[in-house]
Design a protein around this ligand. Structure first.
Ligand code: NAP
Length: 278
């Protein structure tokens, strides 16, 4: 039996053990997936202890995604660009690292929500760990432009600077406008801030929403309700972060096991379990 973990703080609420157990069941893989609460400053020691016991890999969540990147001996290009990792795989002395958050979000939008990103105008709100992880894969989906707006504008400027070469390769316009002075409308709006998590208001004005825009909050569960209700009230199509959660897990499962699980089925089952409609 191969062992995996989700490591974070807090971690009690994590749906990852349920998701990976279901993936394993549906693909006939023999594995056990647990969760580990780690104190700040104890990440490296905790992960090395798990490796010493024969652990095969782990998912990494808040606040350790940057620490995970430091442990890697080999890092995928998308994780290098993000500067943060959410998936580690252990093979002998090697630690392979990936960041599956962005491809998870793109797969959820394109495959589960059925919304094409190519040629669209996107607004990404935030410039923290989640926004860093999703910007590269969003660029690779070839929208027309992506505006990255963050409360601290300088952080958004650093983020777009780091991604400027990739944006050039894919012909995507990148900008970092001031959050309070956004102009024009966007067909896809992604809230990658911690505003919902913190129970604070939606950080943008509704005029940026194109009619029937897709408005995604990376948060899920009751905390995402405020953003979802706001989006719906202003003519947008709301979506929470549950699909991204399942899709990033599916990419992690593929990274570990070489098998892609049926993520859409597992997302439908998880929504039914949580009575979470979108
Ligand atoms: P983080 O690194 O702490 O970054 C927080 C970001 O939110 C920063 O850009 C911060 O702006 C901004 N912010 C915080 N409070 C705000 C407010 N009241 N108004 C406007 N902006 C605010 O956090 P993170 O790791 O990026 O996580 C962000 C969210 O994504 C969390 O809700 C997390 O649960 C979610 N997430 C979901 C998934 C999934 O699979 N569904 C995966 C990853 C993350 P400043 O720079 O100005 O401080």
């Amino acid at each position: 039996m191969d062992h995996y973990l989700v490591v974070g703080n807090p971690v009690e609420h994590s749906k990852s053990p349920w998701i990976h157990a279901r993936f394993a069941e549906l693909t006939g893989q023999q594995l056990h997936y647990g969760k580990l609460l780690v104190a700040p400053g104890d990440f490296e020691h905790a992960v090395n202890a798990f490796r010493a016991q024969g652990g095969k890999g782990c998912n990494v969540t808040v606040p350790f995604k940057f620490d995970a990147a430091m442990l890697a001996t080999q890092t995928t290009p998308r994780a290098l660009l993000a500067g943060a990792c959410n998936t580690l795989r252990f093979e002998g002395s090697e630690v392979f690292a990936d960041n599956t958050d962005g491809i998870g979000l793109v797969n959820d939008i394109v495959s589960n929500a059925g919304v094409k990103l190519a040629g669209k105008d996107l607004l990404l709100i935030g410039a923290g760990g989640a926004a860093s992880g999703v910007l590269g894969p969003l660029i690779e989906a070839r929208p027309r432009r992506i505006a990255v707006a963050n409360r601290t504008q300088a952080k958004a400027e650093v983020l777009i600077e780091r991604h400027s070469e990739l944006a050039g390769v894919h012909g995507v316009q990148l900008s970092a406008p001031e959050l309070g002075l956004l102009q024009g409308t966007f067909e896809v709006v992604i809230n990658a801030t911690a505003s919902s998590l913190a129970g604070e208001g939606v950080p943008i004005a509704p005029h940026v929403l194109e009619r029937k825009a897709l408005a995604v909050d990376l948060m899920y569960g009751p905390a995402a309700r405020g953003f979802m209700d706001w989006a719906q009230a202003h003519g947008a199509v709301p979506r929470d972060g549950l699909g991204m959660l399942v899709e990033q897990a599916a990419e992690a499962f593929l990274f570990w096991r070489g098998v892609r699980p049926p993520s859409a089925q597992v997302l439908a089952e998880l929504r039914a379990t949580l009575s979470s409609p979108a």
